[in-house]
Design a protein around this ligand. Sequence first.
Ligand code: AMP
Ligand code: MG
Length: 356
Amino acid sequence: MKSFLKNLRYAGQYTLLLGTGLWLLTACGREKSSQYQSVDTAMGTVIRQTVYATQDASEIMAGIRREITTLEDEWISRRKKSSQIYQINAQSGSEKGIDVPEYLLQMLENIFQVSEESGGTLDITIGEAVRLWNIDEYAVLDGSGSADVKEVQEFQVPAREALAQALERAGYEKVKTEGEKIYLPQGTTLDLGAVGKGMACDEVLGYLKEQPAVQGAVITIGGSILTYGQKPEGGAWKVGIIDPRDTDGYMGRLVLEGQWCVSTSGDYERYVEKDGVRYHHIIDPSTGYPADAGLISVTILSRDGWLSDALSTACFVLGAEKSVALLEKYDAYAVMVEKDGNIILSPGMEQYFRAE
Ligand code: AMP
Ligand code: MG
């Protein structure tokens, strides 16, 4: 009994000491936190990092980049043989099913759930139709992360029959999951282009949480942005929303405290103009043609990156009115811009959005 009490007191002292140490560290950490910035490319897009840290952040920033490239190379790349998605696609048609690690299976189920709730407007099986359009080939990324697109003469609108055939092989509802397996019909493939940047935000968030030196960060991965923690001087994060018809400027900003994800899908990001018609990269799975539901930009605010990215694509195809019900189901908020420049805020977004 005596020794038990002694142990208890020791434990108490130790906790107290550790507690004080932590408090001191945090206090002087706040004073010394500095800003570190970098710009580079990964996942076929521009990565911008702003990190507030109590020590030199170059290794942390390299770690963030590693998280993004690992997600791409080992999990979701459609082109790299090393990736899980590549391996799954290569086995389409397998009757005994394809083994999928739990992380990816759970993610695919989450995505299919959004497809279901959004009337199929988000459909990660329409990659073949996307590639018939081949918009990415023509839309060249400039340094700002938005596409710098010229009138392209060689661009061809795909033949109607070819699109119809591609859509026949597509359809998220034909894909089944069971236990640890996925069943993909022959010729159906998965393409996570619409959710990958958001998934990367989630991976980066997990990494940042393990970095005690990081007090706050804003990480931009193409059209998806993660905010994390706080600025050393306090005050909210301000995330600009690009003006879809003057892409060097902003139409407004979101004023955010702490951790959020913001994803934008817009018809200005990757597009081709031919004979006065703008063909952009977001395809309506019900027609095979670029979505035309009256919106030119959709920005989603959510706690989860994969979800903000999934919803930005889904809502762009769905149109403003139907999107409101979908957003409510997922506790997410949207800023939607109509063709005539009207800005629509979904319920709840007014507390975060400020017009420029
Ligand atoms: P985002 O910019 O997040 O809206 O994603 C657009 C990308 O996702 C495109 O470049 C295509 O690779 C792919 N995509 C286009 N339309 C759809 C759709 N309706 N559902 C799923 N993926 C799509
Ligand atoms: Mg998206």
